[in-house]
Design a protein around this ligand. Structure first.
Ligand code: RIB
Length: 297
């Protein structure tokens, strides 16, 4: 099965800091690094590094465009449907890492130029049973269009609703899998999922909005899936986190890759937990995602 990823490609400008400066203040950081990221591209690279057949749909811009394109291509992602836009920069993410956790400010740049026409062209080769993954660093109306097309074709859809944003009602009902982290889940439901009761309440609200399956990543608490009459939990691996950037993206890419191979949801969650646990032990985004042989689950 093919896996289509509709989403962003960003250049991540990363710096470690001892704490977040207040307004008007300067702190001395360290370890500056520019590396390829973007939620869409990270998820596409995760699919490809972990053995899936990945087709990415997105846009790069004037600054960093060729580099971002070459990087995802180098990891084996099919890039025929990534367009080059010349009058705007590629997406830029300014990332401050403090104690292994990140804070991100995003200028989506060229990612905002993705169009419904590009979705039509890319999905013209998609078939029933193929997968579509998207996030929210591109125009939401285009994501909604892509999901509508995907459901017409009979594809399996997963939305990673990040960064959290107000969504058109229809989009929820086009999601086979709705996969937020804890903060995003709280944004969409008003309930912070931590512990079985709040997880159940949160999932219940999302299902009432129309999603079919709820997959929530819970950081150190692992991840949960709530579907039709089923509740699965996967434990998080205990590792020392150096940089959490790209860990959620690795989870999503790994999860869908295993599903596309015919694995069960539980097996796919376990594999995704193992893969994302490796990502947090390394610095950066795409470069920190493991290849298949490294993932023992
Ligand atoms: O999910 C991590 C990604 O979010 C980073 O690579 C950054 O580009 C932001 O989009």
């Amino acid at each position: 099965m093919k896996i289509y990823v509709v989403g962003s490609l960003n250049m991540d400008l990363v710096i470690n800091a001892p704490f977040m400066p207040k307004s008007g203040m300067t702190v001395t950081g360290s370890g500056f690094m520019a590396n390829a990221g973007g939620k869409g591209a990270n998820q596409a690279v995760a699919v490809s590094k972990l053995g899936g057949a990945c087709y990415m749909v997105g846009c790069v811009g004037k600054e960093f465009g060729e580099e971002l394109l070459a990087t995802v291509r180098g990891y084996g992602v099919h890039t025929d449907h990534i367009a080059r836009v010349q009058d705007v920069s590629s997406g830029i993410a300014m990332i401050t890492v403090i104690d292994g956790d990140n804070r991100i400010i995003l200028d989506r740049g060229a990612n905002g130029r993705l169009t419904c026409d590009m979705i039509d062209k890319a999905l013209s080769s998609a078939r029933k049973g193929d997968y579509l993954i998207a996030q929210l660093e591109t125009e939401i109306s285009v994501v909604q269009y892509a999901f509508r097309r995907a459901k017409d074709i009979g594809m399996v859809t997963l939305l990673n609703p990040a960064p959290a944003a107000k969504l058109p009602h229809e989009l929820f009902s086009l999601c086979d899998y709705f996969a937020p982290n804890q903060t995003e889940a709280e944004f969409y439901t008003g309930v912070y999922p931590s512990g079985n009761d709040s997880i159940a309440a949160c999932a219940d609200r999302l299902k009432r909005l129309g999603v079919r399956g709820v997959l929530i990543t819970l950081g150190e608490e692992g991840s949960v899936f709530v579907g039709d009459g089923v509740f699965y939990k996967a434990e998080a691996r205990r590792v020392k986190a150096v940089d959490t950037t790209g860990a959620g993206d690795t989870y999503i890419g790994a999860f869908v890759t295993r599903l596309s191979e015919g694995a069960s949801v539980e097996q796919a969650m376990d594999f995704a937990s193992a893969a994302s646990a490796i990502t947090v032990t390394r610095r950066g985004a795409q470069q920190s995602i493991p290849v298949r042989e490294e993932v023992k689950n």
